[in-house]
Design a protein around this ligand. Sequence first.
Ligand code: PLP
Length: 341
Amino acid sequence: MRAYFNSDNYAPVLPEAMAAIAAVNEGHAPAYGNDAVTKRIEDRLREQFGDQAHGFLVFNGTGANVVALRAMLRPWQGAVVAASAHLNLDEGGAPEALAGIKLLTLPTTDGKLTPELVDKWIVRIGDEHAIQPGAVSVTQSTELGTLYSPDELRALADQAHANGMRLHIDGARLANAAAALDVPLRAITTDVGADVVSFGGTKAGLMLGEAIVLLGDDLAPAMPYLRKQSMQLASKMRFVAAQFEALLEGELWRRAAGHANLMAARLAEAVRDVPGVRITHTVQANVVFAILPPGVAERLQEEWGFYTWDEHTGEVRWMCSHDTRAEDVDAFAAAVAAAVP
Ligand SMILES: Cc1ncc(COP(=O)(O)O)c(C=O)c1O
């Protein structure tokens, strides 16, 4: 099997993150986040997201999202999400099964919510028979590889706040978004008025680890209890914190995610004009979606790793990561061109 375009989750750990794990593997340290490395990372997250930020490290992205929503919502409230959201499609029903959270879904063409779309769920406010919208959750960059501009996010935050809701950002690929937009992390989170962010480390190149970043004080007191109850409290947290420290040092995240974005753009350019290949979404982050003539994807998959995203349309997903090599992109693009009849 040649280089994988399955997922950034297939990629190895960034050498800097691996070295950071080894560097803190010295003797005993207080458990459950009471160690010096975790204390430091809380300060480093404040540097990135602002003084009012409270960072809580967790194991994985599903955990970050579900704990974030638990913090934001009361039992009679739901979260407005795009139908294509990871929360809706790829978390195994965890928001519903483990947190009792109703997702209020909206179909989109590009994975992005707009105030006009969200408006559909701002109905029956105060009606005890109806689930009350309590939060809007957007993914940045989206599951379809598209981006929200800061203005688009601000409009969603303003709408949410005007209607007594909060804005959550699923930032499993926040690094890709900030790198693509060439802005600091806070420009697409804190500065647009978001309330809670799931800040991803894994897809940027950590072995594991995500941070729930609260961008205000009011939800912070509940968070330690919710994280523990949700089975997301790491006992040896210093090993997660050390990786995050490496990721933030000198903006390693920007280099790693920026490279992945660049490789996706290279791939899109290389296959865009191949007859029969139709790129289905604007390529703005680290992923390319395409529809190929019948049978072509299956032939390519004998040698190359990638997912069929939509079994009905045959749409495929090609994802790049921090270690994707330009020569593999070029060889894959050539294979695509050769496989098309
Ligand atoms: C948009 C998005 N959110 C969250 C996640 C986190 O998922 P996991 O629980 O597998 O770490 C993913 C992983 O694919 C994702 O794509």
